[in-house]
Design a binder for this molecule. Structure first.
Ligand code: ADA
Length: 567
């Protein structure tokens, strides 16, 4: 299940979830090899760390599956996430290479004959110069085909994606709908589209898609009697598009997307959704769980969502990478605002100068924005958490990446989370100014005074008039560790720290958002240095532990977030 609704009535799709053959090769752990080509089976989606023999395995692993094709067709394989590098082979021939665990990719094979075929995915989760974004870090880079996979039977002309952009210049809602049609054939083809959205039908005619090309066909329409999407009333509409090729009376292909009508703006230091000021109250969340690693089944996603809603949250930050799309579907359905960010955490200038950095970020930005464009819940795109935005060289890269995203989407404000305080050089480039500060944890500053100071830094350093978000604050609390002296690391001390932060931030009129670090404890890479030597190889700043057992801080958060719920 790739999404939480049906995306096709015409195109045949088949899930490739289930058991795949698996063989580790070239890794950090000696695995007994008994001479069989594939000794193991692995669940897909899944992380190989969940197998007792591979709980700390880093290296390459090969996954294999046989696919039966009923009659000759072209196939489009859709991978939602392979961690972190994938090389895909179909009957021994390479059909795709992809880097980054957290963004989707597709691979097309033309004219596949009826019969049995072999799909092989070589997966690598090791760290090297080839991987600029997955580095030893304060979260874990699992190995495996960690998100759903499917195969689609596609004709020569098919709908690759749809981009829906709502706006409300005056009374009625309007929308630009761009349908991207791909022609994998060898001849130019004339196409007609028929679409339905919110009781409106539309047709396009006379477009031609050249051989081997993708063409965006855009329609702009006004819609009457629309129920807007908001967090209090997360109304969603299905947008159905059918594609007809010249000479065919039946649709050749189709795609259904799910959309919401809402606008996001920033004005006078505030963020507005549908013209109304909002204050985001929520959590930073890693997709991590001791039972499933980074490979979440739907039920556990719902569990996280329910816990966040129960705590009174209205927002989540997908720290520090694009999330599984089913989680975003749930946020659309439950009315949770999302800050989605590209994949990078705490990279130094030297790491940003890795020769692969720029391209890997560009790919990640493009794949994130293109694949998640239609989620009304996403109201902020962000980049490069705590990277070198305090250096002139870093600034050039921040600028480039923000411009790249703006070039793809002008309907959402952009931000980045910074810990550089008065040394920050990039506030002028973003629409929202965001601070990662840890008063009472990494320092002993008063949260109220520090946030006043942060507003002054923002105003002086290019963020005047822009909304401000406290994108990270919190402290460690080891689940079950209690002490009447409320010493550092206890649940009591963690609750105190969060309480003092929330007490200050919920009163500050200039704060438009607060994201607690973090929702759940998460596994981290083991290494040396302060960052990679965390006790139990976990970051314990969750207000629930890795198994989602609430700590004392959970109740504290509830008190503050629920004060004026719905805001
Ligand atoms: C940073 C970082 C987080 C996490 C946090 C912490 O601000 O963005 O990923 O590492 O600090 O726990 O120290």
């Amino acid at each position: 299940m790739l999404r939480l609704f049906n995306t096709h009535k015409v195109r045949k799709t088949q899930s490739l979830e289930g058991e795949w053959q698996y063989q580790p090769i070239n890794g950090n752990t000696a695995v007994p090899y008994e001479g069989d080509e594939y000794q193991y089976v692995m669940p897909v989606p899944g992380c190989w760390e969940m197998h007792p023999r591979f709980s700390t395995y880093q290296g390459k692993g090969i996954f294999r599956k046989t696919i039966a094709v009923e009659k000759q067709t072209s196939l489009r394989f859709s991978f939602q996430g392979v961690s972190h590098t994938a090389d895909v082979y179909f009957n021994g021939e390479k059909i795709a290479h992809h880097y980054n665990a957290y963004t989707p990719f597709t691979a097309i094979v033309r004219d596949v004959p009826q019969g049995e075929h072999e799909l092989v995915v070589e997966v690598d989760n090791s760290f090297s110069e080839a991987s600029a974004l997955h580095v030893p870090n304060d979260y874990y880079t699992y190995g495996g085909i960690i998100r759903p996979v499917s195969v689609e039977y596609v004709p020569e002309l098919f709908i690759e994606r749809i981009a829906f952009t709502p706006s409300r210049p005056s009374g009625d809602w309007q929308a630009d709908i761009s349908v991207y049609v791909r022609n994998i054939g060898t001849e130019p083809r004339a196409v007609t589209l028929q679409g339905q959205l919110a009781n409106e039908a539309f047709t396009t005619e006379g477009d031609q898609v050249e051989a081997g090309q993708v063409k965006a066909i855009t329609v702009s329409r006004t819609f009457a009697d629309i129920n807007a999407w908001s967090n209090a009333n997360p109304h969603l509409y299905l947008l159905d598009v059918q594609l007809y090729a010249e000479g065919y009376s039946e649709p050749l292909d189709d795609l259904t997307e799910r959309v919401g009508f809402r606008t996001v703006t920033t004005l006078n230091n505030r963020i507005q959704v549908n013209g109304e000021d909002v204050v985001l109250k929520g959590f930073n969340r890693h997709e991590d769980h001791p039972i499933v690693g980074a490979s979440f089944p739907y039920q556990l996603m719902v569990h996280d969502i329910e816990l966040m809603l129960e705590a009174g949250a209205n927002a989540v930050r997908t720290s520090h990478y694009p999330n599984d799309e089913r989680f975003l579907d749930l946020c659309d359905e439950r009315g949770i605002f999302v800050w989605e960010e590209n994949h990078a955490r705490g990279l130094s200038l030297e790491q940003m100068q890795n020769p692969n950095f720029e391209r890997q970020c560009e790919d990640c930005n493009r794949e994130m924005v293109e694949s998640h464009f239609n989620h009304p819940s996403i109201i902020i795109w962000a980049i490069l958490n705590e990277c070198a935005s305090d250096t002139p060289e870093g600034r050039v890269m921040y600028r480039k990446q923000l411009e790249q995203i703006r070039g793809m989407d002008r309907s959402r404000p952009l931000s980045f989370a910074s810990h550089h305080r008065e040394k920050e050089l990039c506030f002028d480039l973003a629409d929202i100014v965001s601070f990662n500060l840890y008063p009472l944890w990494y320092g002993d500053e008063d949260p109220g005074e520090l946030s006043d100071q942060a507003r002054r830094w923002a105003d002086e350093l290019g963020g005047l008039g822009k909304p401000m978000i406290m994108s990270e604050f919190g402290g460690d609390g080891y689940y079950g560790l209690r002490d009447p002296n409320r010493v550092k690391g206890t649940e009591e001390r963690q609750a105190d720290i969060i309480e003092r932060n929330l007490e200050a931030y919920t009163k500050q009129p200039f704060i438009s958002g607060m994201f607690i670090w973090q929702f759940c404890d998460c596994r981290v890479t083991e290494g040396t240095g302060w960052l990679l030597t965390r006790a139990g190889t976990q970051n314990s700043k969750g207000i629930v532990d890795r198994y989602r057992r609430p700590k004392l801080a959970y109740e504290t958060v509830k008190q503050y977030f629920r004060q004026d719920a719905g805001k």
